[in-house]
Design a protein around this ligand. Sequence first.
Ligand code: CP
Ligand code: NVA
Length: 312
Amino acid sequence: MHHFLKETDFSLEQAQQVFLLAKQFKAERASSAQPLSTQSWGLLFYKSSTRTRISFEVGVHELGGHPVVLNSQNTQIGRGETIEDTAKVMSRYLHGLVIRTFAHSIIEDFAAHASMPIVNGLTDFNHPCQLYTDIFTLLERYSPDDMDIETLKGKKVAFLGDCASNMANSWIHTAAMFGMEIVLAGPEGFEPGSEIDDALKADGLELNYTFTTDPTAAFQDADVIYTDVWVSMGDEAEAEKRKAEMAPYQVTRELLALAKSEAYFMHCLPAHAGEEVSQEVLDSPQSIIFDEAENRLHAQKAIMAKLVELNA
Ligand code: CP
Ligand code: NVA
C-alpha cells in the first residue's frame, strides 16, 4: 500500500507528476476526471483545522468521492479503542484516510494496519501536504508551463521562528529532496532536532541545512521567506515563554528588504500578525499566502489521485 506520510513518499518523478496534475486540476476545477468516484475517504482530526479540513472535504467531493469527516473525540478512539483495530475497521468502509494528529507514530501505526492509503494531514513532526502545496505555489511562478522541479535547485529558503516545528522539519526535508538551500533562524533551544536528521539519513539525503540565531544571515539573498506560528497546536502551555524568546524573529519589512527584491513571503496560515510576521508583510505584494491557501485544494486532489493510481 502506497501512503503519503512524508515528502519523500513520492519519488522525484512522481512528485513532478503530482505538480503537473495539480496544475491540470486547478485549470479545470469542474473537471470530469473523477478518480475517486464510488469511493469514500475519511478525514480524521485529533486537532483543529480550517484549510486542511475544508480543502480535503471539497477535494474528495470534486474527485467524485464521498468525504466522511471524523473527530478523534467523538469516535471510539476517544474512549481508548486501539489504532490497530480502528485502522482495520475503517479499512472495511473507506478507500483512503487523511489524518491530522499529535505524535507521528500514530499515523505510522495507522499505515501499518490499514489496507487503504493514509495521508498525513499534519503531525507534531511534519506537514507534507502543506509542503507539496508550497512547492506547487512556487512552481506556478518559476515554471508556469511545465512545473519543472529542476527550477527549484539552488533557490534559497529562509525559515524564521520555531525551527524545531513540524513546518521547519517539512521544509528541511523538502529542501533536501529538491536541492534547495535552506537557512533557519531562531532562538537557541528551538533549533532542528535529531528526528529530522534521522529522517534525512533514512532517505539517504544530505544534512545540508544551516541553523543560525541571526535572522539577517538567513535573509541575505533569500528567494523564499517562510514563517509559521510560534505556538503550535500542542505547545499552548509554553505560549508566553515562546512568544518572549521568539520576539526578535518577527518577519518585518526591514528584514524582508535583505532578501532578493523578487523574494516571496509564504506562511502556511493561520497567521498571528504582530507575532511571527507584521501585518505590513502579510499585506505586501511579495506575500503569496492566499494562493498557498487556495492551492491546498488542487495539490491535495493531485496527491489523492496519484495514490489511487499507485495503489490500483
Ligand atoms: N495550514 C494549515 O494546515 O491550516 P489548517 O490548520 O487550518 O488546516
Ligand atoms: N506549526 C503549526 C502549523 C499549523 C498549520 C501547528 O502545528 O499548529
